[in-house]
Design a protein around this ligand. Structure first.
Ligand code: GRG
Length: 305
């Protein structure tokens, strides 16, 4: 699959990502050890440790480091956002939602463990995410006011102002003639809000100043939308090139996408605009410190899957 946009300078950043992903995967493995009831912990571990790009933890860690915090202080929020993300994927795949059999190339959680266990594994991961932030921040010496603020930020991203809102509007819009405003609402809530919370929580625990935290919030909102615009364009390019499962399903359900509403070239132009706006938000920071977040935005823009 060809990339949506081309990046000349992505290689070293991929190494940076890979090394952070190893750290995050080890921390997630420790955070959810095999335990009792075995079926529940297996189901939680099955989805949490099933791969995935770990973009949200990376955002948390990079934002923390950019405001001068220690990467270790961001580990609890980095793991927590990935737990929330995993919960949302498990629930999204359930028969009462998208009813998907495959996720990241493997059978979905409910196909392997059954619907009730999958539902409960999602619930348990969501609860654990907040426990993990509360305990982990204390263990890493993160001041309690910062930890409390991160918990509120994360909760806001999950509930009726975030994921749940986006999902309910998405489901209600199925089969409807959805315009750009509704499409944007769905993606801002389903996708961008958690990416935003990841970066903002990283900046909070890292001790960022108020205007730094808000700059990072705006950066992450652009990145969150960018993520979805690129996803939609990739679905179309996959359609014409390999008639893949995702694209086939996308066409079959006739759901609104950016290329459908603004054309492939329009969507590409919008993606380029979003990556530029995201990078512009980083200009207020010391340039050397912005490299990881700059490259993360480009990585999302130029990714091929
Ligand atoms: C239960 C409170 C509660 C909320 C859940 C199910 C639901 C409500 C929301 C659905 C959210 C959802 C599935 C959004 C899609 C997000 C998205 C872009 C997923 C793909 O993310 P990647 O590409 O995936 O980062 P990997 O596999 O790399 O982790």
């Amino acid at each position: 699959t060809p990339a949506v946009l081309q990046d000349e300078d992505a290689f070293s950043f991929e190494r940076y990502m890979a090394s952070k992903a190893v750290t995050v995967n080890e921390a997630l493995d420790r955070a959810v050890p095999p335990g009792q009831p075995e079926r529940l912990s297996e189901s939680m571990r099955y989805s949490l440790l099933a791969g995935g790009k770990r973009v949200r933890p990376m955002l948390a860690i990079a934002a923390c480091e950019m405001v001068g915090g220690d990467a270790a202080a961001a580990s609890p929020v980095a793991c927590a956002v990935e737990m929330v993300h995993t919960m949302s994927l498990i629930h999204d795949d359930l028969p009462c939602m998208d009813d998907d059999d495959l996720r990241r190339g493997h059978p979905t959680n409910h196909v392997v463990f059954g619907v009730s266990t999958a539902l409960l594994a999602g619930d348990a991961l969501l609860a654990l995410s907040f426990e993990h932030v509360s305990r982990g921040c204390a263990e890493h010496g993160v001041p309690a006011d910062r930890a409390l603020r991160a918990v509120a930020e994360l909760a806001n991203a999950v509930g009726a102002s975030g994921l749940a809102a986006g999902q309910v509007v998405d489901i209600a819009s199925e089969g409807a003639d959805v315009g750009l405003a509704t499409l944007e609402y769905i993606h801002v809530h389903k996708t961008a809000r958690l990416l935003e919370a990841a970066a903002v929580c990283g900046a909070i625990v890292g001790g960022g100043a108020e205007e730094e935290i808000e700059g990072i919030r705006r950066y992450a909102r652009y990145v969150g939308l960018l993520f979805q615009v690129v996803d939609d364009v990739l679905d179309v390019t996959r359609t014409s090139e390999q008639l893949g499962k995702t694209a086939g399903k996308d066409l079959a359900t006739d759901k609104a996408t950016y290329p459908k509403l603004m054309g492939v070239d329009g969507a590409r132009a919008y993606a380029a605009e979003l990556v530029a706006s995201a990078e512009a938000e980083l200009d207020r920071f010391d340039h050397a410190r912005t490299e990881p977040l700059r490259h993360l935005a480009r990585f999302i823009a130029y990714r091929q899957n």
